[in-house]
Ligand binder design. Structure first.
Ligand code: PLP
Length: 393
């Protein structure tokens, strides 16, 4: 039996960029002590108070079908959170609750792309972006964001591919680069979207992990609320990755169609999970700061450990839970560097090349392990790079 082109071509054949991850897991299974700096997930678990709220809601009967767009209180709480942060008038009708940010990314592209439409995304990119676009019949096309520009996409590079495209997907704070887009970058992106009549899909799942600059939601820029779909999630902000709860914020008319899509796909998010998310949002910034604190500390550790040497350079870590390390001084590709580092020192990092062409010669380090071990792994990485570069560490 023949399967659809759409599903068999979701991801291109050949390398999926995660070989290092699988290799590290195989070494681990064989009994080796592997330091994993690969996965974007907290080393703390969901806060017990959130689990308590989940438990109370489940025992209180919230285990049946929940409202497909999300429970009214959670939609209102997300709307209030967004309005407070952006000053853009936002009501529950602008919000649909989704099973995590990934499903919101899929639904958003589903809403704006017809079969064969070109959808832009920024390279380096979060692993699922091109597949998400292909999954709704779109044609992914990348816009490079180079390390020389702090991984900020440039207006000219976007304009060069914008003609005839339908949408642009951006992510700030950014995975994998740790860049936070400046107002200038976002104004240029907004201008390009207006000039070329593009939908903007703004992935803001790391909006609580901000270490430098300011987080600006492009929906707040002139004339953008009507053409922007914001993707949000409780995964990163509240260490609720396994709960699968996020949202889309957009124009009411788009949300109405998205609710129809949800009725025919996810059928919403479990009520007890939504009650837990509502409780978590009610805890305000204090809980968000507690969840993001380990990454803030490890960002400082990264800067301290990297200081005083010139072989490994970190791109400015302005947000999110990653450091993008430039290892070009070793003469190795990010891929060769990551493989050798894993084989010789049992430290697993993600090659920059797994995130696209613009990340070449880099490795991404997830700051997701305990502080001391993290610092030690970075020191080993630098010593390894120094040997490769022929420099004494
Ligand atoms: N967007 C980005 C940039 C991510 O890094 C991730 C997860 O790592 C997601 C979206 C999806 O997150 P979730 O579906 O858990 O909300």
């Amino acid at each position: 039996m023949k399967l659809s082109h759409r599903i068999t071509h979701l991801t291109p054949s050949g390398s999926d960029g995660w070989e290092i991850f699988y290799k590290a897991r195989a070494l681990k299974a064989a009994g080796h002590d592997i330091t994993e700096l690969t996965i974007g997930e907290h080393d703390i678990r969901t806060h017990p108070s959130i689990l308590g709220a989940m438990n109370t809601a489940a025992l209180g009967g919230h285990t049946g079908y929940a409202m497909v767009p999300g429970i009214a209180e959670l939609r209102a709480a997300v709307a209030a959170r967004i309005e407070a942060r952006t000053a853009v008038p936002t009501t529950a009708d602008n919000i649909m609750i989704t099973p995590g940010g990934q499903s919101a990314l899929f639904a958003s592209h589903h809403a704006v792309l017809d079969e064969g439409d070109v959808a832009l995304f920024v390279d380096p990119y979060y692993a699922t972006y091109p597949g998400t676009i292909r999954g709704v019949g779109g044609v992914p096309k990348s816009v490079p964001a180079y390390p020389e520009n702090g991984f900020q996409p440039q207006a000219a590079d976007i304009a060069a591919v914008a003609e005839g495209a339908k949408s642009l997907l951006i992510n700030t704070p950014n995975n994998p680069t740790g860049a936070v887009y400046t107002r200038e970058t976002l104004e240029a992106i907004a201008q390009t979207c207006r000039d070329h009549d593009l939908w903007l899909i703004s992935d803001e799942v790391y909006d609580t992990q901000l270490w430098a600059g300011e987080h600006i939601s492009p929906r707040a820029l002139d004339g953008m609320a009507e053409r922007t779909l914001v993707v949000g999630s409780m995964s990163k902000s509240h260490a609720m990755t396994g709960s699968r709860v996020g949202w889309i914020c957009g124009p009411e008319a788009v949300i109405a169609h998205l609710i129809n899509l949800a009725t025919h796909t996810t059928y919403g998010v479990p009520g007890y999970i939504q009650e837990a998310a509502l409780f978590a949002l009610g805890e305000g910034a204090a809980l968000e700061d507690e969840v993001s604190a380990p990454f803030k500390r490890r960002r400082a550790i990264t800067e301290r450990v990297l200081a005083g040497q010139n072989v490994v350079k970190a791109s400015p870590i302005q947000g999110a839970m990653y450091a993008m390390l430039d290892v070009r001084a070793t003469g190795l590709s990010g891929e060769a560097f990551a493989h050798e580092l894993l084989e010789t020192h049992h430290i697993a990092t993600m090659p920059g090349e797994s995130f696209g062409k613009a990340g070449a010669g880099h490795v991404r380090v997830a700051m997701t392990i305990e502080d001391e071990r993290y610092a030690g792994a970075l020191e080993t990485l630098i010593a390894f790079a120094s040997t490769k570069a022929g420099v004494s560490a």
